[in-house]
Design a protein around this ligand. Structure first.
Ligand code: FO1
Length: 306
């Protein structure tokens, strides 16, 4: 059984690649960027994995449902609501059902398992916690929810720090802890280290289980050189005072992982990373299509010996 820690658009490609090669997979999903909008509970990272595995994902955008329409949002605009967060008409069904089930007393874990069934997905998607953990971006102009900072205000203000509100009180999902404990291999997907994977690691029970299991944990770098393959990882890493390189990532992850996959072009960092007591594997980590998703997945499954 393989367990993957995943965040948003950077992670889904590898999740898809691994799931096309092996069946018994758990995905532990970030919940830090979940967002309440119009009374609906939106869970972008859970939905990206759901849609990605159900072959419904809009792969150009990396979120939402492909070929979705936006009539609902247009009507909200007519009614004078803010419409900066582009929820599609088909996507809204997911949020509506989820919110309704929450209101009827179900927890996010059970709702997500139900969704996996509805979307005919074998992979188990496990929210890292059923409690609220919210990723907040501290800027020079104040503190914002991640979605407000990145989508509403287009990431324009300087980032001074990142907080995971509620993480200190959040209880690790027992199913997530078990999924780490029972896995033969744990893969930290190439998600944003601070806003996709960081909130998962901010939950004590998860970090503790990973640290205990670190000999079977491999992290896949989301950086090539000092650039992120996608998204604002660099901005957040700089704000957190991290070195923006595979080595900077290795320092962050060396507490919870003993193996790291880096891009071949970063091979000059291999020695330095090995000095952190990590095994390093070099390959092409960018995944621009299904062939490259499968190639990286099979590299990990064949080459990483834990
Ligand atoms: N990202 C955007 O950049 N703009 C959007 O309007 C937007 C809408 C949206 C709706 C549903 C959903 O599940 C995700 C959505 N995202 C949007 C993506 C999301 O903001 C982030 O990419 C993830 O939270 C990062 O993991």
């Amino acid at each position: 059984m393989i367990t993957i820690l995943a965040g948003g658009t950077g992670s889904v490609k590898l999740v898809r690649g691994i799931s096309s090669q092996t069946r018994d997979i758990n995905v532990i999903s970030n919940v830090g960027d979940n967002y309440w909008l119009y009374g609906l509970y939106v869970c972008p990272d859970i939905d990206t994995i759901l849609y990605g595995l159900a072959d419904l994902l809009d792969t150009d955008k990396g979120w939402g449902i492909k070929k979705d329409t936006f009539g609902f949002l247009r009507q909200m605009e007519i009614l004078g609501e803010e419409t900066w967060f582009k929820i599609g008409d088909r996507d809204v069904a997911t949020h509506l059902l989820r919110t309704n089930m929450l209101k009827n007393g179900k927890n996010l874990t059970d709702i997500t398992a139900w969704m996996c069934q509805k979307f005919a997905i074998d992979t188990k998607i496990i929210p890292v916690t059923d409690n609220s953990v919210e990723t907040r971006i501290v800027t020079n102009k104040g503190e914002l929810h991640l979605q407000e900072y990145w989508v509403k205000y287009r990431g324009q203000d300087n980032v001074e720090g990142i907080k995971y509100l509620g993480a200190d009180k959040a209880r690790a999902n027992p199913a997530a802890v078990n999924a780490i404990h029972d896995a033969k291999l744990v893969v930290i997907a190439p998600g944003n280290p601070l806003t996709s994977i960081g909130p998962i690691l901010s939950i004590k029970g998860i970090k503790k289980e990973l640290s205990k299991s670190k000999r079977k944990v491999v992290v896949v770098s989301p950086l090539v050189g000092n650039k992120a393959i996608s998204g604002p990882a660099v901005k957040y890493m700089e704000a957190a005072g991290m070195e923006v390189s595979a080595y900077g990532l290795a320092k962050m992850y060396s507490e919870v992982a003993s193996h790291m996959v880096i891009d071949s072009s970063d091979r000059l960092l291999t020695r330095k990373i090995e000095n952190l007591d990590m095994h390093v594997y070099e390959t092409k980590i960018k995944m621009k299509d299904k062939i490259e998703e499968d190639a990286l997945a099979s590299f990990i499954l064949k080459q990483v010996h834990v």
